[in-house]
Write a protein that binds this ligand. Structure first.
Ligand SMILES: [Zn+2]
Length: 137
C-alpha cells in the first residue's frame, strides 16, 4: 500500500519539495512527483509513518532499495547505517563541492556511494541548476 495522500503532503512539505538524500528539487528533475521513501523498507517491516518516511528522488529511491546499511568506500570497515533524514542533519554528513556531494563522515561516504549520488547525469542536473555554488562567492 502506498503512502496516503495526507502523509504524502506532509512528507513533501516537510522536505520543501527536495530529495532528502541528494537535495534535488522536484521541479529540477525530469520526474515531478518524487516517491515517498520508507527509511526502513517494507521488506524489513517498515511502514508509512511520518517518522519512517522521507522524500526521495527516483534515483536515490531506486539505488537505496531496501538497504539499511552500506560499506564505506576505500575501507574494510564493517557496514554503517545509511543516512537517516529523520534523525540526522544532512549537513552533518554531506557537503557540496560544486555540484558534487561529498560524504564527510562514514555514514555520508557510504550513503553517497550506495545511492550513486554523483552519477554523471545527477551531477549534470545539479550543475545546470547551480547546486553547490557559494552564494557569496
Ligand atoms: Zn535524490
Amino acid at each position: 500500500m502506498p503512502a496516503s495522500t495526507e502523509l504524502r503532503e506532509l512528507v513533501v512539505a516537510r522536505a520543501e519539495n527536495r530529495c532528502e538524500y541528494c537535495t534535488i528539487h522536484q521541479d529540477h528533475d525530469r520526474v515531478l512527483r518524487f516517491p515517498v521513501d520508507r527509511i526502513v523498507a517494507g521488506q524489513h517491516g517498515g511502514v508509512y509513518t511520518a517518522e519512517n518516511t522521507a522524500l526521495a528522488c527516483p534515483h536515490c529511491n531506486g539505488k537505496k532499495g531496501p538497504n539499511l546499511t552500506s560499506l564505506v568506500p576505500g575501507t574494510s570497515s564493517p557496514p554503517v547505517p545509511l543516512f537517516n533524514p529523520r534523525t540526522e542533519r544532512w549537513s552533518a554528513h554531506f557537503q557540496f563541492r560544486g555540484p558534487i556531494i561529498v560524504g564527510i563522515t562514514d555514514v555520508g561516504r557510504a550513503t553517497v556511494a550506495l545511492l550513486d549520488m554523483n552519477a554523471d547525469e545527477r551531477v549534470s542536473l545539479r550543475a545546470a541548476r547551480g547546486y553547490g555554488e557559494d552564494p557569496n562567492g
